[in-house]
Design a protein around this ligand. Structure first.
Ligand code: UDP
Length: 459
């Protein structure tokens, strides 16, 4: 990791949630492994959750330094405050390095935070937008922003046909588009990602050419992204970054050791790992259906139920025999997915979880709940063939019979064999993309070369 020549300094600014910090932090490590000085700028509230070698970490303010998003209490208020306070403190951070031997060359900002580009430009440095969603999802939202697709989309609408994308039915669309009034602040934020994108010097997306080259090309007349994913720690892919076994960020305390000890006692591919990520909140009814499915399917399970969700677990389930399964509040997901005992991943299809399951070759059962997860789940099932998507009933609940059927299909049936074979194929392609000479690696190398050229020009 010793690189004498200064190849530029990149500040990376994630939106401060787990699903956004992870890929930007991983990109920081990737850049550092190629000799670039990388600094993650994250909010005071999330600052202590970062622990990663070879990169710098600096706090910035979102206006809620004690409690972050929950202190703000509402999305609209939070985003406004982050823009105001974040612009100010990002500017101070860039200033801090000015006139030093490591002055900042470029800000790689989460596409949710387009104001960071204005800050970079005010300082006369470069700016790159980093999308943490799939190219397909980005394509849909950008078309709406550019007036090429009108809302509302209704269940009666014909399947959506967009360049590079498969036909999308109403049930495949991001919930912010299905129900535009449900989360107006989030929808506005998703659309604002494209507001100044044509001024960005680079656009990155956490996906890769073999996976979504067609989807990215389909929208290239509006904007062109460099596909640099999957941003998954190196140990699970190319192994070129020494000791890179985890993202290096955890907003909750992971109980991974207990889980690993328990997994060690289980036969190969016998365990269902279940997680709904860092944000999804299930109803008591949905939680009960999952608990019943696990009980009745008689499979081993490792279920991640965050602290705030634990109260929804049914009493009978908590009192039942825990021989078959384990429930913990948080873990290092990648370590679990990489364990040979895990044979299936029941996931909400957040984009990081989707890429992790795909990169590690773990067959999936998609139970998407909101945002872009529905579109991701469609691709998991129908386009990449690495899992199945559980169907909801008319009340929007995945019932126990449906979940049991999906688990059996993935873990036992004939279809399960195809899914496993596709999962292995995608695992290899993910590895290839980020390995030396792979499509994503080449994109990252070109970025590094540009940074070096800028540094040389300045000196
Ligand atoms: N994750 C984790 N431990 C858990 C559950 C999730 O480390 O117990 C990580 C997971 O590996 C992923 C991130 O949290 O990188 C969740 O991101 P994703 O995009 O899947 O979903 P979100 O939380 O944004 O809905």
């Amino acid at each position: 990791m010793e690189h004498k020549q200064f190849k530029g300094h990149v500040i990376l600014l994630p939106y401060p949630s787990q699903g956004h910090i992870n890929p930007l932090l991983q990109f920081a490590k990737r850049l550092a492994s190629k000799g670039v000085k990388a600094t993650l700028a994250t909010t005071h509230y999330t600052f202590n959750s970062i622990c990663a070698a070879h990169i710098g970490v600096e706090p910035i303010s979102d206006g809620f330094d004690e409690g972050g998003f929950s202190q703000a209490g509402n999305v609209d208020f939070y985003l406004k405050s982050f823009k105001e306070e974040g612009s100010r403190s990002l500017s101070q951070l860039i200033q801090k390095f000015k006139d030093s031997s490591t002055s900042v060359t470029c800000v790689v900002y989460d596409s949710f935070l387009p104001w960071a580009l204005d800050v970079a430009k005010q300082h006369g440095i470069y700016g790159a937008s980093f999308f943490t969603n799939s190219a397909a999802v980005c394509s849909i939202f950008s078309r709406i922003h550019h007036g090429r697709l009108a809302l509302p989309l209704t269940p009666e609408s014909k399947p959506l046909m967009l360049p590079g994308l498969p036909p999308l039915n109403f049930r495949d669309l991001p919930t912010f588009l299905r129900f535009p009034d449900s989360y107006p602040a989030y929808l506005a934020m998703k659309l604002s990602q494209y507001s100044n994108l044509n001024e960005a010097d680079w656009v990155f997306d956490n996906t890769f050419e073999d996976l979504e080259g067609k989807e990215a090309k389909g929208v290239s007349e509006l904007w062109q992204a460099k596909l640099i994913g999957p941003m998954v720690p190196s140990a699970y892919l190319d192994e070129r970054i020494k000791g890179d076994r985890g993202y290096g960020s955890s907003l909750w305390k992971p109980l991974s050791e207990e889980c690993m000890e328990w997994l060690e006692t289980k036969p190969s591919q016998s365990v269902v790992y279940i997680s709904f990520g860092s944000m999804v909140s299930l109803t008591e009814e949905e939680t009960e259906e999952i608990a019943r499915a696990l009980e009745e399917s008689n499979l081993h399970y490792l279920w991640i139920v965050r602290e705030t969700e634990q109260k929804k677990l049914p009493k009978w389930f908590l009192e039942s025999n825990k021989e078959k399964g384990m429930v913990v509040t948080w873990c290092n997901q990648l370590e679990m997915l990489a364990h040979p005992a895990v044979g299936c991943f029941v996931t909400h299809c957040g984009w990081n979880s989707t890429l992790e399951g795909l990169s590690l070759g773990v067959p999936m059962v998609g139970v998407p709940k909101w945002a872009d997860q529905l579109t991701d789940a469609k691709f998991v099932e129908e386009i990449w063939g690495i899992g199945v998507r559980a169907k909801e009933d008319e009340e929007g609940v995945v019932r126990r019979e449906e979940l049991i059927k999906c688990l059996k299909e993935v873990m036992e049936g004939e279809r399960g064999k195809d899914i496993k074979s596709n999962a292995n194929k995608w695992k290899e392609l993910a590895k290839k993309a980020i390995s030396e000479g792979g499509s994503s690696d080449e994109c990252i190398n070109k970025f590094v070369q540009h940074l070096m050229a800028i540094v040389e020009q300045i000196n």
